[in-house]
Design a protein around this ligand. Structure first.
Ligand code: FES
Length: 576
């Protein structure tokens, strides 16, 4: 056995470290790839979980990036083996990538457990690839380190910085009111996504990359280094080196991803003005890890947290600017007074040791805590008779005067109904109405799509109105903005009160009081409930059936009920 071997017995020894027929088979077939015999001498075997795919454009540079991880693993005396898992291309997949997040998590979990890995590098980028990989790996609990693919360079269009996603909504509205022409689109498309990487706004991908770093699951600065910056290659290499050491230290995921780490991540989400999607994903990740986390933790820990990061969709700048300003370590240093500073991270150091020397190079991009960009950065959790199990709203992306609002409901039964009628000039709608969209939750769509920030009716936009209260059981893109109440639980398709709302009902939201109320008498609601009929099933077989039969609601993280928790990574019976 090599001097490089760990003190504790490695899983991979069950495959490669034996002298029997099975070991012959395991080693022999691997050697057809040109691996010399000494790579099977007991050194840590590192699985590099790659979500590369040409239909996941945000992760399309991952083949090259993986080579840098491998170089780092080899330099540290490990044996790198890259393996693919299903990838989720946000801008391509239908009906929504979220329908498949848990499927990828299953793929990751079973791929890790069934193979001879001692440590894992998770290569994550486009929105759902990050939570899916963390969830799957958490259920195995091996030494694991995250590597994000990095954001795209800033979008540049006709002299203006444009943000991925955020400007899609702006351009859509400009087309509706005629200030932009269809002929302008090809150029705008090219300017919007002009380099490798994921969305460069503080959308879901950037938020989740920040969550990975805040959880201590990646090396410091991982979240913000642009995809095409050479330092992204350097951190890939350092990540490869570090995972080998983590295996030797037996630094498992459960030693990093603790309750305190989750609390840090929630507070950081507030400070960066992060996506509402982080709520659902972190609940699911915590559920896999066995960490008790609830929606109320989100409200409690984020409530007082100001937003320090002036990035689109809430602000002006983009991820490239954020990195040049110092990135996430600056934010974490700024709010270190409330963070769990002693929380351990993958490099073996504490949160505070990682961030204490961070320097803010641009206070317009990352504002000081004493002079925050926005007073409220956290996620507000609303409750009431319309959302007994909660609904969420992102105050930093909302219109202040709409945070306390009472209005007449204009109801759309589902997304098809919305598309059919929203721009109808005859639609009975006023600017102070509350737009309600049903049946777009986890079971309803199915898959919990990002349609909660649906565009306002054309006739309202033409009045110069830019925001209205919208309520749905859907999610919204992290790149979006508006006074949008999301994740209403239980959802309409599960028989939640949202299903009972009718045109003309009065709905009240009071964000400071964390309240959402449907002003309809209880006996009338009971009558409507008795008449309510569930939707027909979306599928009678396959993944969609399994998903619809077992998916949990938004307040529980939308994992499948039988996937919650972890099973470790004990080596299974010999292969036959
Ligand atoms: Fe991939 Fe936005 S579409 S991160």
């Amino acid at each position: 056995m090599s001097k490089k071997a760990s003190k504790h017995k490695l899983r991979s020894a069950e495959w490669f470290g034996r002298n029997d027929r099975d070991a012959f088979v395991h080693r022999s077939w691997m050697k057809n790839q040109g691996f010399p015999h000494d790579l099977f001498d007991g050194r840590p075997v590192i699985g590099i979980c790659n979500t590369w795919s040409e239909v996941t454009p945000c992760n399309a540079h991952f083949r090259e990036l993986a080579e840098h991880v491998k170089a780092g693993v080899l330099e540290a005396g490990g044996f790198p083996l890259e393996f693919p898992v299903m990838s989720l291309g946000e801008t391509v997949m239908r009906p929504t990538t979220m329908l498949f997040r848990n499927q990828v998590a299953m793929d990751v979990e079973e791929s890790i457990r069934a193979n001879p890995f001692d440590g894992i590098v998770l290569m994550m980028g486009c929105d759902k690839t990050t939570p899916a990989l963390l969830m799957g790996a958490a259920s195995c609990d091996l030494p694991t380190i995250g590597l994000s693919g990095g954001p795209m360079l800033n979008g540049k269009y006709r002299g203006e910085d444009i943000g991925s996603g955020t400007h899609v909504w702006k351009f859509t509205e400009a087309l509706k009111i005629g200030t932009m022409k269809m002929a302008d689109l090809p150029e705008a498309e090219a300017c919007n996504a002009r380099s490798a990487g994921h969305c460069m706004t503080m959308g879901t991908a950037s938020t989740m990359a920040a969550m990975v770093e805040a959880l201590g699951m990646s090396l410091p600065t991982n979240a913000a280094i642009p995809a095409v910056d050479s330092r992204r290659k350097v951190i890939a290499r350092l990540t490869g080196r570090r995972i080998v050491a983590m295996v030797k230290e037996d630094l498992r995921m459960s030693k990093i991803l603790t309750r305190k780490a989750c609390e840090n991540a929630i507070m950081v989400n507030g400070a960066i003005g992060g996506s509402t999607n982080a709520v659902v994903h972190l609940l699911a990740i915590a559920g896999r890890m066995g960490v008790k986390l609830t929606l109320d933790d989100w409200d409690r820990l984020g409530r007082e947290m100001p937003c320090l990061v002036n990035l689109m969709p809430s602000g002006r700048y983009l991820m490239e600017d954020f990195y040049y300003a110092g990135g996430l370590p600056v934010v974490m240093k700024e709010i270190a007074g409330v963070l769990h500073k002693k929380a351990r991270t993958v490099n073996g150091r504490t949160v505070w040791q990682n961030v204490k020397d961070a320097v803010n190079y641009n206070e317009a991009v990352i504002t000081p805590l004493a002079k925050p960009f926005k007073p409220q950065g956290g996620i507000a959790v609303l409750r009431g008779n319309l959302a007994p199990d909660g609904a969420v709203l992102k105050p930093s992306a909302a219109t202040p005067k709409l945070m306390q609002h009472k209005g007449r409901a204009v109801v759309f039964e589902d997304s098809a109904d919305l598309h059919a009628r929203i721009d109808d000039p005859k639609l009975d709608v006023r600017a102070d109405d509350v737009l309600v969209l049903k049946n777009c939750g986890p079971k309803g769509y199915p898959g919990f799509p990002e349609v909660g920030n649906f565009a306002l009716p054309a006739k309202i936009l033409k009045q110069g109105v830019t925001d209205m209260v919208r309520i749905s059981d859907a999610r919204m893109s992290g790149t979006a903005y508006g006074t949008v109440v999301l994740h209403t639980a239980p959802e309409a398709a599960a028989g939640g009160p949202l299903a009972l709302v009718k045109n003309g009902d009065v709905i009240e939201i009071d964000v400071p009081q964390r309240r959402i109320h449907l002003h309809v008498a209880a006996d009338e609601l009971a009558r409507r409930r008795a008449a309510w009929k569930p939707l027909p099933p979306h599928a009678d077989r396959g993944w969609v059936k399994l998903y619809c039969d077992t998916v949990m609601q938004a307040d529980k993280g939308v994992d499948l009920d039988f996937l919650v928790g972890k099973s470790g990574a004990d080596v299974a019976k010999p292969s036959h």
